[in-house]
Design a binder for this molecule. Structure first.
Ligand code: ZN
Ligand code: ZN
Length: 238
């Protein structure tokens, strides 16, 4: 019966559309292997970049020593390449059905983190309204809605008040910091003061956006800000 079903409705990979033989999270074997390949490594709990657990001293990798990072910890699904990169790009271009697999990945990262238990609010990194109007949705909010947590609520009181340029990968870290400076604010009458907050985004590149968001939330009184991302890009920062 099952084989007949598969003949009528062949299962296809949600990412590359290849037919699935060994079905797992809607991905074919090739995409699943690639995904595992970019999600397995140890990483720095402060910046999210690859780091051997022996290189982490007092919770940070050598690259993070002495840097001003406004979020306290980060959890990541994986590294921004191969199948994961392809899935995130498609997810932003309208393939929101990828939220199942990406949500699974985000939940694994969240519940494998040191901070999952203490979060009170999930705050998706906001898009400027004009960009959301064009895309039709904020991919970070779609992802946030997939997170499973016993008590934490979604909070959308962080807003983007200035339209920033989209930043291609080659732009320097300094240019990225300048691009997002002052781009965020919290809504009047917000409930963020004294709260433990987890920012949610699809990709962390230099961390300039997450850093600016975390700075804004802390200025608004948040007692702790951590970050959850699907993927960390750009293994070099400075
Ligand atoms: Zn595939
Ligand atoms: Zn680090």
């Amino acid at each position: 019966m099952q084989s007949l079903n598969q003949l009528l409705w062949p299962a296809v990979c949600i990412n590359c559309k290849q037919s699935i033989c060994e079905t797992d999270k809607n991905l074919c074997k090739k995409c699943w292997d690639e995904l595992l390949d970019c999600t397995g490594a140890d990483y720095c709990p402060r910046c999210g970049r690859d780091a051997s657990r022996y290189a982490i001293v007092e919770g940070v990798c050598p690259d993070c020593q002495g840097k001003e990072i406004h979020f306290d910890h980060i959890a990541r699904g994986g590294v921004y390449r191969e199948a994961l990169q392809q899935m995130i790009l498609s997810f932003k271009k309208g393939r929101t059905e990828l939220d199942l697999t990406l949500g699974f990945l985000a939940n694994s990262a969240l519940h494998g983190s040191s901070f999952a238990g203490e979060i009170e609010f999930f705050v998706p990194v906001p898009l400027h309204w004009s960009r959301r109007l064009v895309r039709g949705y904020n991919q970070s909010l779609v992802l946030t809605r997939k997170l499973k947590h016993a008590t934490a609520k979604i909070n959308t009181e962080l807003v983007r008040i200035r339209r920033t340029k989209s930043q291609p990968a080659m732009v320097s870290a300094t240019a990225r910091v300048r691009n997002v400076a002052g781009a965020f604010a919290v809504r009047y009458g917000h409930k963020l003061a004294g709260r433990k907050i987890c920012l949610v985004d699809d990709i962390k590149t230099t961390g300039a956006t997450l850093n600016e968001c975390a700075k804004t939330l802390k200025k608004a009184g948040a007692s702790k800000v951590v970050a959850l991302v699907l993927a960390v890009a750009g293994q070099k920062m400075s």
